[in-house]
Design a protein around this ligand. Structure first.
Ligand code: GLN
Length: 252
């Protein structure tokens, strides 16, 4: 009796040690992001670190939920497959929540309201709205909601070129190989006010109201903890501080 009790005690010590070991690994969480979806995620040239709105959000979520995000950059189009194969645990990449994506990944509660917008060269006076794009060359990103929007709207009535990354897409516009870029409003807005300043301009209305969500492999047990951390950041003003840091004061 005594002996078996001792064996049980040893067994539970062993499993406790295993649990501690698992927890030590578990607090390093593999997080996928896009290398250049400004100003949500981008490389800080000086530190070599990924910075941006999403990066601040996920690091703060990690602080609250007890994990350290280990940031992996990959083409936007590779992020959902990386979640599906379990190569990463979480993705934060200004990813729009859609019903189609919901079939293959889980999403957190929405954390950012967005939409799509048009960017043209600064001297372009012909393009004022999406309707004016028929017959033109339009740049966008592979695997994005903008690509879906454009192909649905134009089919073969416009030349839609999807690029793997934001930088290629914007350079195509600046270099004149496309007539317009159609992409996420905060991203085109930021580019037009930074590297694109004096070279490009945002035109027309906001299309397709969208919300960004943090994505997880289907059935992930991290969704609730991330949602709780997000909610507490909204409540105590941390979300607003991070928002103001990257986008200026929220419009009332
Ligand atoms: N919000 C867009 C989408 O989900 C693009 C995001 C991105 O390029 N990182 O399709």
């Amino acid at each position: 009796m005594k002996f078996s009790f001792k064996k049980m005690a040893l067994a539970s010590v062993a499993s406790a040690a295993m649990a501690v070991g698992a927890m030590a690994n578990a607090d390093d969480v593999r997080v996928a992001t896009d290398p250049s979806f400004v100003p949500f995620e981008m490389m800080d040239q000086e530190s070599g670190e990924m910075v941006g709105f999403d990066m601040d959000i996920i690091r703060e979520i990690g602080n609250r939920a007890g994990f350290t995000p280990n940031i992996n950059t990959m083409d936007f189009n590779g992020i959902i497959p990386a979640l599906q194969t379990g190569n990463v645990d979480i993705a934060i990449a200004g990813m729009t929540i859609t019903d189609e994506r919901r079939e293959v990944v889980d999403f957190s509660d929405p954390y950012y309201d967005s939409g799509l917008q048009l960017l043209v060269g600064k001297d372009n006076t012909d393009v004022k709205a999406v309707e004016d794009l028929a017959g033109l060359k339009i740049g966008t990103k592979i695997g994005s909601t903008s690509f879906d929007f454009l192909t649905e709207k134009f089919g073969s009535d416009a030349t839609i070129t999807p690029y793997p990354g934001s930088a290629d897409m914007y350079m195509a516009l600046v270099g004149g190989s496309v007539d317009a870029v159609f992409y996420d409003a905060p991203n085109v807005g930021y580019f037009s006010q930074t590297r694109g300043e004096g070279r490009v301009k945002v035109v027309g209305p906001l299309y397709e109201g969208q919300q960004y969500g943090i994505a997880f492999p289907k059935g992930s047990d991290r969704v609730d903890a991330v949602n709780e951390a997000l909610a507490s950041m909204r409540e105590d003003g941390t979300y607003d501080e991070i928002h103001a840091k990257w986008f200026g004061k929220a419009e009332e």
